[in-house]
Write a protein that binds this ligand. Structure first.
Ligand SMILES: Nc1nc2c(ncn2[C@@H]2O[C@H](COP(=O)(O)OP(=O)(O)OP(=O)(O)O)[C@@H](O)[C@H]2O)c(=O)[nH]1
Ligand SMILES: [Mg+2]
Length: 449
């Protein structure tokens, strides 16, 4: 897929398989001519016409609807044609083969949206929001994607850019007179404007972090010694008996995966075999698989029996997990102890006392998992966002912080940092983007989008 190849492209835009209707899309300079060859009629813009589609040999493929959207007022900005046919894979293949015979090539994943981006119909955050909307795993995620798609995220980025431009204008005017001292009023104004931009950035980052949580969620492994109640906790979180629970230590062998939606935040959770040395080869394989899952998860819930105490759980977790593997200690079976369910912070680590059996304290764990994923409660400005946006926003934050420290004296350095902040912002909306990054982003789209 290259930016310069503008051959007319075609793809089945509906999901593969059978359905009532399938939609085949065409985009490019030859789209209207190909539609005419296929149907024998001159399509009327934005008017649905019923007609027969015929292959190169004149055989009728199907009867369906023809719709055309001449560029630039179309999704891609090019001439776009939609063919609505009966939804069968054989028909779609025949139609695609015919379009190919007439000069269109099969579109790459995301190529329609890439063309929309290259023709300035969408910026990069909006293009990404198209994919996020299609892939959204909850209504909340869909709403966030729609907000980004409608340009709200981009508008907020543009507001930040304007704020930075105004700051630079003032600063650069002073740079023309290097011998002059900044007068107190200007210094005050610059500091005030910078603080305002930083406050806007913080709000935007919070909205983007919530959006990324809805999109990416979190992967969590439940680990600990046999019989701690790991499978019981998985069942409690999943809301049904997914895993076998018995009082025999070593019950779980295979890792068991569940996909949860915690108020819209997707959490993939895996229950693992209890970790202990064992002579049984089957159990040993279970332990090996458990350790592999621990290496893959974003976060571990280390389960211990509350009656054995916090120190025992902490030392077992530290012995099993790498120093850089984040974990939360869960002291389970609180119903068998004198303690109440609840959470504490212990040496910078969260410890939650709960009962997988009765459910006491589980709400607290759910809130904890949501916050680990980056979800901080519903707020009006939640935008669908990705890791790359958050990384860029972090670089903006750092550059502004450095600009602030340079401001009083080193104006030239401050101006440099403001420029760096603007560059990082432009990466978000795609004004400054490498072909590699574009390839990476659009190749994750579905074909026909
Ligand atoms: N009282 C009480 N019993 C619990 C609780 N959670 C689990 N149990 C019991 O503890 C025993 C072991 O539970 P499991 O969920 O199978 O434990 P596990 O950690 O998955 O065990 P393995 O798969 O063998 O590693 C079962 O008898 C459970 O009913 C709890 O919160 N309170
Ligand atoms: Mg188990």
């Amino acid at each position: 897929m290259t930016a310069t190849d503008r051959q007319t492209i075609a793809a089945v835009a509906t999901a593969p398989g059978t359905g009532a209707v399938a939609i085949v899309r065409l985009s490019g300079g030859q789209a209207l001519a190909i539609a005419k060859r296929l149907t024998g009629i001159d399509p009327v813009p934005r008017f649905a016409e019923i007609c027969s589609f015929r292959d190169a040999a004149g055989r009728r493929i199907d009867r369906g609807l023809l719709l055309c959207f001449p560029g630039p007022h179309s999704y891609t900005g090019e001439d776009v044609v939609e063919l609505h046919v009966h939804g069968g894979p054989v028909l779609c293949d025949w139609l695609m083969k015919t379009l190919n015979d007439f000069g269109a090539r099969a579109a790459e994943p995301g190529e329609f949206t890439l063309r929309a981006f290259l023709n300035d119909k969408l910026d990069l955050t909006q293009a990404e929001a198209v994919a996020d909307l299609v892939d959204s795993r909850s209504r909340r995620a869909a709403r966030a994607a729609l907000r980004s798609l409608s340009g709200r995220f981009s508008e907020e980025v543009a507001t930040l850019q304007e704020g930075l431009t105004e700051l630079r204008v003032i600063l650069e005017a002073w740079l023309d007179f290097p011998d002059e001292e900044l007068d107190p009023a200007t210094r005050h104004e610059l500091a005030g404007r910078l603080a305002a931009v930083q406050a806007n950035l913080e709000t935007l980052t919070a909205g983007a972090t919530r959006g990324a949580a809805l999109r990416d969620g979190l992967s969590v492994a439940i680990a600990g010694p046999p019989n701690a109640g790991k499978s019981s906790l998985l069942n409690r979180l999943a809301g049904y008996d997914a895993a076998i629970v018995t009082d025999i230590p070593g019950t779980t062998r295979d890792a068991l995966r569940e996909r949860l939606s915690l108020d819209g935040v997707p959490v993939d959770i895996v229950d693992t075999a209890g970790l202990r040395a064992s002579a049984d080869p089957v159990e040993r394989e279970g332990v090996r698989r458990a350790q592999r899952e621990l290496g893959r998860a974003d976060h571990t819930l280390w389960l211990g029996d509350i009656r054995e105490g916090l120190d025992a759980a902490l030392s077992a977790a530290s012995a099993e997990l790498g120093a850089d593997q984040p974990f939360t200690v869960i002291l389970n079976k609180v119903d068998l102890s004198a303690d109440a369910a609840g959470g504490i912070e212990h040496a910078g680590r969260t410890v939650i006392r709960l009962s997988a059996l009765t459910g006491a304290g589980v709400e607290l764990l759910i809130e904890h998992l949501k916050s680990l994923a980056g979800w901080s409660g519903e707020a009006p400005g939640t935008f669908s966002a990705r890791r790359r946006h958050l990384d860029a926003l972090e670089r903006v934050r750092e550059a502004l912080e450095r600009a602030g420290t340079h401001l009083p004296g080193a104006l030239e350095l401050a101006a440099e940092e403001l420029r760096a902040a603007q560059t990082a912002l432009s990466e978000i909306t795609g004004e400054l983007t490498s072909d590699d990054l574009l390839g990476e982003i659009f190749s994750s789209f579905c074909i026909g989008k």
